[in-house]
Design a protein around this ligand. Structure first.
Ligand code: SF4
Length: 471
C-alpha cells in the first residue's frame, strides 16, 4: 500500500513538472517505459501532424487565419494539446490534457531520433517543429507565454567556440538563417544526433527508427488487387498522363536505351507491379524491351528473369516486395552517372529539371512555382504542384507520399481505369510505419521478436537489390 501511494505521489509531481504547461521545449527526454504499440501510434500521429505543417506552410501564409484554422483542426483531430485545457480531466470523449501533453512529449522525441540521422532529415524535421512551436506559442494565452518563457530560460547546450570553428563548414551548410555572419557570431546548440550512438546499439529500436525516417503514411501498394487490369499497350500512354515524373523518366529511358541499371529496374519494376502488372506481363515487358538492346533472349532469361520473379515473391524468400514510397526514393540510393532512378525533384540539377518540365509543356509560371518549392526542399510538394498543373486542377486534394498514389489519384481525375481505381481504393490503408511494428505489444519478449520483421525487411531489400545487379 505504501509503495503504491508513494508511486502515485511521485507520478503526480513528475507529471506536474513535465506537463505543467501546454507547450514545452522538450528539454528532457521521456524516461518512462512505453509499449511498442504506443511508440508506433505516437510516431505515426506526429508524422501526420508534421506533414500537415509542411503542406500548410507552403499553401498558406504562416500564421494566417486559414493556416491557423486548418492546423487547429488537425491538432484536435490527432489529439495533440490544443490551445489550453489546463486541468487533467478527460474531455467529453478522448484523452485528458495530461495524456495529450504526454503524447506530444514522447512523440517529439521518437521523431527526433528517427530524423536526426542525416542532414536532410534533420533539416526537414527542424523546419516543421519550428513552425509547429511558433504556431503553438502564438496560440498561448499571454500569461502562459510568460510562464513558458520563465520556465525555459533558453539555456541550451551551446557549442563552444573551438568546436564551432572545427565544424564551421557543416554549421554554415546546415544554417539557412546565418548568411552574412560568421559562425563565431552565431550560437549553435547540440542536437540529438549525439544520442544516436546509444540508440544505435539498441537492436530493437534502430531498425524501427531507420524505417520511420524513410516511411510514408498511406496505402500499402504491395497488395496486388488490381492485377491484370492494365495491358502492356497502355503503358506508353499512361506514362505520359498518369505517371509521376520519376517513373515517366524511367519509362522514357527504358524505351530509349532498352536497358535500365539495377536501381532503375527496382524502382520502376515495383511501381509497375503496384499499378497492376502481373508477373507474366512484367516478364514480357522487360524481356521485349531488353532484347531490343544489347541483351539477347538467352541472357535475359538467365540474368534477369529470376530477379523479376523474385520481385513478385516467386523465388527466394517469396516476399511480396513493396513499391518504393517517395521518402524511400528521395532519401536512399541517390542516382549516379548513368542512372535514371531517384526523384527528379530531389536529384536532378535545377536547370535540367527546368528543361524537363518545359519539354513536358509545363507553363513558365508553373515551372517557376515548382522550382521555388524544390529550392525550399519541398520535393513532394513540387511533385504535387506538377500533378496539379498537368491535370489542370487547382488543388490536388491529397498529400503526396507515394508514386503509386500519384498514379491512382491521376486515374481518378482522368476517369480512366475505373476498375483499377476502385480496387486500389479498396486496398486497406496501412502505413509502412505500421508494417514495421506489426504485431507489436508491450512485453519485452515481444519487443525483441518484433524487431525481426523490419530487420528482415531491410535485409530482404538488400537481397533483392543484389539480384538486380548487372550480370
Ligand atoms: Fe516520384 Fe515521389 Fe519524387 Fe514525385 S515526389 S517524382 S512521386 S519520388
Amino acid at each position: 500500500m505504501e509503495f503504491s501511494s508513494r508511486r502515485r505521489k511521485f507520478a503526480t509531481s513528475h507529471q506536474k513538472q513535465l506537463y505543467g504547461l501546454p507547450l514545452q521545449f522538450y528539454g528532457q527526454p521521456p524516461l518512462e517505459n512505453i509499449s511498442l504499440t504506443e511508440f508506433e501510434t505516437f510516431a505515426v500521429e506526429r508524422l501526420k501532424l508534421l506533414k500537415t505543417v509542411e503542406n500548410l506552410g507552403v499553401s498558406y501564409v504562416k500564421l494566417s487565419e486559414q493556416y491557423i484554422k486548418k492546423l487547429d483542426f488537425e491538432f484536435r483531430n490527432l489529439n495533440f494539446p490544443y490551445r489550453v485545457e489546463a486541468d487533467d480531466r478527460k474531455t467529453q470523449s478522448g484523452p485528458s490534457e495530461y495524456e495529450k501533453r504526454r503524447k506530444d512529449h514522447i512523440s517529439h522525441f521518437i521523431l527526433r531520433l528517427a530524423y536526426c540521422q542525416t542532414e536532410d532529415l534533420r533539416r526537414w524535421f527542424i523546419q516543421q517543429e519550428v513552425d509547429l512551436l511558433r504556431y503553438r506559442f502564438n496560440e498561448l494565452h499571454p500569461k502562459l507565454k510568460l510562464e513558458f518563457l520563465h520556465k525555459n530560460n533558453l539555456k541550451y547546450d551551446a557549442i563552444p567556440i573551438e568546436e564551432k570553428r572545427a565544424l564551421q563548414d557543416k554549421l554554415v551548410n546546415s544554417s539557412y538563417g546565418v548568411s552574412g555572419i560568421t559562425v563565431e557570431d552565431q550560437e549553435f546548440y547540440k542536437l540529438t544526433a549525439r544520442s544516436l550512438p546509444a540508440v544505435q546499439s539498441d537492436e530493437r529500436l534502430q531498425p524501427l527508427l531507420n524505417h520511420l525516417s524513410h516511411s510514408y503514411l498511406g496505402q500499402d501498394y504491395s497488395i496486388q488487387k488490381n492485377v491484370g487490369k492494365i495491358s502492356l499497350e497502355q503503358i506508353d500512354s499512361l506514362s505520359g498522363k498518369s505517371f509521376p515524373l520519376c517513373m515517366r523518366q524511367l519509362h522514357q529511358s527504358l524505351r530509349e536505351n532498352h536497358h535500365l541499371r539495377h536501381g532503375g529496374r527496382m524502382q520502376y519494376g515495383l511501381f509497375l507491379k503496384g499499378i497492376g502488372l502481373s508477373l507474366e506481363q512484367a516478364l514480357q515487358f522487360w524481356r521485349s524491351e531488353f532484347i531490343r538492346g544489347k541483351v539477347d533472349a538467352d541472357k535475359f532469361d538467365k540474368a534477369y528473369a529470376y530477379s523479376i520473379r523474385h520481385m513478385f515473391g516467386k523465388e527466394g524468400k517469396r516476399t511480396d516486395y513493396t513499391p518504393y514510397s517517395c521518402m524511400k526514393v528521395i532519401m536512399s540510393n541517390p542516382p549516379s552517372q548513368g542512372d535514371h532512378h531517384g526523384c527528379p525533384f530531389r536529384h536532378s540539377d535545377p536547370e535540367l529539371l527546368k528543361q524537363k518540365l518545359q519539354f513536358y509543356k509545363v507553363s513558365p509560371s508553373g515551372v517557376s512555382q515548382i522550382l521555388d518549392l524544390v529550392k525550399g526542399m519541398h520535393y513532394q510538394l513540387a511533385c504535387q504542384k506538377y500533378f496539379e498543373l498537368t491535370h489542370n486542377v487547382e488543388d490536388a486534394n491529397f498529400s503526396l507520399n507515394h508514386p503509386n498514389q500519384y498514379f491512382v489519384e491521376s486515374q481518378k481525375i482522368l476517369g480512366g481505369g475505373k476498375d483499377v481505381k476502385r480496387e486500389m481504393m479498396d486496398t486497406p490503408q496501412r502505413s509502412q510505419v505500421k508494417s514495421a511494428f506489426k504485431n507489436s505489444s508491450g512485453s519485452r519478449e515481444k519487443v525483441v521478436a518484433n524487431t525481426n520483421p523490419s530487420q528482415d525487411l531491410a535485409k530482404m531489400t538488400e537481397d533483392l537489390d543484389s539480384y538486380f545487379q548487372d550480370a
